[in-house]
Write a protein that binds this ligand. Structure first.
Ligand code: PMP
Length: 435
């Protein structure tokens, strides 16, 4: 475990190298995707070499073994988020698919499947999200609103990047049927006050209102317990938590999942198929049509074992400290404005920032040349960037395998890059740009 060693390691403590040059790389882009431990790549290889078979359908030993590994992965996810039951965990391609699954299912037309009263959105129902959401927690709700006639409302973000509970309270009414909110912002690192949000929804929204958490940026970094959060659905991506790409999960209360219309049709999700109609399996099979991402689920299970072996509490504590260090150092660089909560407010271990006179893309290109990998763009949060008055930002994001030396290298490279750009302009602007 590389926490106390020097810069810059992947999840196994191996030096991360730039694929092109073979040079050491300071990897500060884990909010986009994490590095993978060999425990995970070994589990993927072992699955394909020893157990490869289709799940659930086969009446032979290999298929039973593959099924057992796949279902064990479900158990691991269920206990990782403290689900009430393993049936509440639906494997998806990622958080995006998990959110789309819920939004699409709730948009099924009222004429669909008249034999059952599906949970669905109706014309005039209100859906509340925030201005700070990732596009994958905005667009599915826009589509749902267009299909059903429901109304999509946005909680405006406070100028200091914090969740506005008063504005949220003002939007809530008995018409509010669904609230979908990120746990942690992938741009500002804001940690949303979920217990207050849940309490307001349970008191002021429709008694049927459901709450979904986009937990993409929290599940990999801290203990996330769906029972104590008291939400109804939660979405996360495996590739941000040391798992493979192509796997994520939806957690949902079992009774809700079983009252929802299917998302995709195909093999495995049915009970009986007739030429005129079909009946559907219960969760999780109900939402896992077709051959699932078996190897990826097994890899995610192995990533969970790996994270548990380190300890999520330990990961969280370490990252909070390193994240504060990153924030402190970045704020001290003249002409840099860090987006999100002010000093003294807890934030996740990532910083999006803008620099006077230097476009974020130019910055990331130059830092790349210095062996530092950061991300530049709108980070799939265009409405948030507009609200903050920027079109793009640069972002450095940490995981447990990053070190203080990584942050120092990044800050050094950033200072050199800014000096270079300012020398072209013929003078530096030395404003302390804290936001
Ligand atoms: N929500 C948030 C907050 C995210 O950070 C991301 C990934 N950047 C997503 C949703 C979407 O995740 P994925 O692309 O893995 O489906």
């Amino acid at each position: 475990f590389p926490i106390l060693t020097s810069t810059s390691f992947d999840a196994d403590g191996q030096l991360i190298k730039d694929g092109g040059t073979g040079r050491r790389l300071v990897y500060l882009d884990s909010a986009a995707t994490s590095q993978k431990p060999t425990a995970v790549t070994d589990a993927l290889a072992a699955y394909y070499l020893k157990y490869n078979s289709n799940v659930h359908r086969g009446a032979h030993a290999l298929s039973r073994e593959a099924t057992s590994l796949y279902e064990q992965a479900r158990d691991k996810v269920a206990s990782f988020v403290n689900a009430y039951s393993r049936n509440e965990v639906v494997f998806t391609r990622g958080a995006t698919e998990a959110i789309n699954l819920v939004a699409a299912s709730l948009s099924c037309p009222s004429s669909f499947g008249k034999e059952q009263e599906w949970m669905r959105l109706e014309e005039g129902d209100e859906i509340i999200i925030t201005e700070a959401e990732h596009h994958s927690n905005i667009v599915p709700w826009q589509l749902a609103a267009r299909k059903t006639g429901a109304i999509l409302k946005y909680v405006p973000i406070r100028p200091d990047g914090q969740f506005d509970l008063t504005a949220f309270r003002d939007l809530l009414s008995p018409k509010t049927k669904f609230v979908s909110i990120q746990h942690v912002s992938n741009v500002m690192g804001t940690i949303n006050p979920i217990s207050s949000i849940v309490e307001l929804v349970r008191t002021h929204a429709s008694p049927d209102a459901k709450i979904m958490l986009d937990a993409c940026q929290s599940v990999p970094h801290s203990i996330v317990d769906v029972q104590s959060l008291n939400v109804d659905f939660l979405a996360a991506s495996g590739h941000k938590m040391c798992g493979p790409t192509g796997i994520g999960f939806l957690w949902g209360r079992e009774s809700l999942l079983n009252s929802m219309a299917p998302y995709m049709g195909g093999g495995e999700m049915i009970d009986e198929v007739y030429m005129t109609h079909s009946t559907y399996a219960t969760s999780p099979a109900r939402f896992e049509a077709g051959t699932p991402p078996i190897a990826q689920a097994v890899g995610l299970g192995s990533a969970i074992d790996y994270l548990n072996a380190i300890g999520m509490e330990r990961i969280h504590e370490y990252e909070m400290e390193l994240g504060q260090y990153l924030y402190r150092r970045l704020r001290q660089v003249p002409g840099v404005a860090v987006l999100g909560p002010p000093v003294g407010v807890e934030r996740a271990a990532l910083c999006a920032f803008v620099c006077d006179g230097v476009h974020p893309s130019d910055l990331s290109t130059f830092l790349d040349g210095e062996g530092v990998a950061i991300r530049a763009g709108h980070h799939c949060c265009q409405p948030l960037h507009r609200a903050l008055g920027y079109s793009h930002s640069a972002r450095a994001s940490l995981y447990f395998y990053n070190t203080q030396e990584d942050v120092d290298e990044f800050i050094g490279a950033l200072e050199n890059t800014l000096k270079f750009f300012r020398s072209l302009e013929g003078g530096a602007d030395s404003k302390d740009g804290e936001e």
